[in-house]
Design a protein around this ligand. Structure first.
Ligand SMILES: C[S@@+](CC[C@H](N)C(=O)[O-])C[C@H]1O[C@@H](n2cnc3c(N)ncnc32)[C@H](O)[C@@H]1O
Length: 346
């Protein structure tokens, strides 16, 4: 059993944590003793979680936890946990970031030197060189108040890849399009798996479909507005060569009979129209249909403005159990409430 260290994005911490757990579940990675400390998560697993962490939107890095430090009386007490087997004559670097309000008196470079000393003592005769730019091995850590957590880096998020897919970079921009990270986190919450059938019944310009296609799902999108379907077509073929299905259809009468996972962003009557239907009534009619598509254990994720209290309708659908509610403040006048439902019967 190894210990892992994950550094979450602080933007939406609740969402980041739920997304992490959902992604581990989607990739069948068992985990235990999960602990959230400020923006970091520590957990144990007997299976390497890289595949799950790579798909997370709100995770900065994954590392195998190697050192825990306590900063007291102007000294850093370092406890060495297990260290990976590394090749000799490689280059290494240690990178530490301080987060939170009560920052320690030690500078990050002092902490990095302390950890580097421990590394050299452990890997005697390895002839490691320091390379701060292009190291073969990176030890990455976070200091929160007087606690230090440092691990062997397995993955760090490439932000440039995300930016390329942002709504403003797509060939067709549609008002109300969700940011890439948010879209990705919603599809992670529905635990979509490679080769499974994903469905978005309010697909708009195809933001969620794109994220599921990149995860290897077979994706189906529908929208009442044919212009949304046309823009999805153009947008999707710009980024993926995979097969998908797009249909003009009303979510109150779904055009398909089976899906393995649903995640969707129904209209809020702000930037995208409900076509005259009251929001909660539209959501109820969609859930009525959605419950017949999914089998036991499948997830249905949707969001709506918090002020509409979308959770009020859930009791009308006993075949769904409420797994989580996550509130995310988008701006002064919009807090998006994410509802995660799981089908509890066939
Ligand atoms: C908020 S947008 C979806 C945005 C999408 N998540 C994205 O990032 O591009 C909501 C979509 O729901 C569609 N819509 C509204 N009422 C509908 C209905 N009854 N059935 C299907 N689609 C509907 C709208 O045309 C709009 O494209």
């Amino acid at each position: 059993m190894k210990k892992y260290l994950v550094y979450l994005s602080g933007d939406y911490l609740n969402l980041a944590l739920e997304e992490l757990k959902a992604s581990l579940e989607a990739e069948d990675i068992p985990y235990s003793n999960m602990e959230l400390i400020s923006q970091i998560v520590i957990f144990e697993s007997n299976k390497e979680p890289l595949v799950a962490i790579r798909r997370c939107a709100y995770t900065h890095f994954l590392a195998e936890l190697c050192f825990i430090g306590e900063i007291e009386n102007n000294k850093i007490d370092v406890q060495v946990l297990t260290l990976p087997n590394l090749e000799e004559k490689k280059s290494i670097r240690v990178r530490i970031k301080k987060i939170g309000k009560n920052k320690s008196n030690f500078s990050t470079s002092e902490m990095e030197k302390t950890i580097a000393k421990e590394i050299y003592e452990h890997y005697l005769n390895h002839d490691f060189e320091v390379d701060l730019i292009n190291a073969d091995y990176t030890f990455r850590g976070i200091c929160i108040a007087n606690k230090l957590f440092v691990g062997f880096e397995l993955y760090i998020q490439d932000k440039k890849e995300i930016v390329k897919r942002e709504p403003g970079k797509r060939p067709v921009f549609r008002p109300g399009a969700m940011k890439v990270k948010f879209s990705r986190s919603l599809v992670n919450l529905c635990r979509v798996k490679k080769d499974s059938i994903f469905y978005d019944p309010f697909c708009g310009g195809g933001g969620l479909l794109l994220e599921t296609l990149l995860l290897g799902a077979y994706s189906i999108g529908s929208d009442l507005d044919y212009r949304a379907i046309e823009s999805s077509k153009v947008n999707l073929k710009t980024y993926v060569q995979k097969k998908y299905e797009l249909l003009v259809a009303d979510s109150r009468k779904l055009p398909i009979i089976r899906a393995d996972a649903i995640a969707t962003d129904p209209p809020y009557s702000i930037q995208s129209s409900t076509h005259g239907e009251e929001i909660l009534s539209l959501l109820s009619k969609f859930l009525e249909e959605a419950q017949s598509l999914l089998k036991k254990g499948s997830y249905c994720v949707f969001c709506s403005p918090k002020k509409n209290q979308p959770e009020k309708i859930i009791d009308d659908f006993p075949s769904f159990s409420l797994k989580t509610i996550i509130d995310t403040r988008i701006h002064k006048s919009l807090t998006r409430r994410i509802i995660v439902l799981v089908k509890n019967s066939d």
